[in-house]
Design a protein around this ligand. Sequence first.
Ligand code: FE
Ligand code: ZN
Ligand code: FE
Length: 185
Amino acid sequence: MKTTKKTPPKKTTTASVAPKSDAASDLMDFFEDSLKDLYWAEKALVKSLPKMAKNASNEDLKAAIEEHIEVTRLHVERLDQVFASIDKKAVAKKCDAMAGLIEEANGILEETEPGVVRDAGIISASQKIEHYEIATYGTLRAFAEVLGLSEAEALLAETLQEEKDADVSLTELAVSAINLEAVDA
Ligand code: FE
Ligand code: ZN
Ligand code: FE
């Protein structure tokens, strides 16, 4: 006689995640960890944005990305200042999200013919990156505020505004010309 094995009901993983030994125990710790992640992300962008600029055909888009490379270098320096303001060493810790967004951007280049369609792709990839940065700087600025770190807060707010400006410029380039040209490509 066959015994029918009862399959146990699938467990949804609601179990609490075991923290690493060096896990943050207070908001200040978590703030510092998040800064390290963001520091890695900005440095990775300084290295990867030139490829995006090089692959852009539209001169305004190329110029906008080249300008943002310089702005991104400034963001790295500003993070150096944030670390200094809390008397911590500037350390970069791999940001999985930015690594993924950069990989996504490289994939978009491969999947598009050079010209307006690739340009639309570059804007799409760049805006995903800007939005991630906006979310991160927004959170860290709010953390700095509640932690009473006014110097860090001001520095983070400054970069947050520049990321927002970059995002608006990209939208303008997309809707004013590049998307329309890409439709007819
Ligand atoms: Fe940035
Ligand atoms: Zn990250
Ligand atoms: Fe940016």
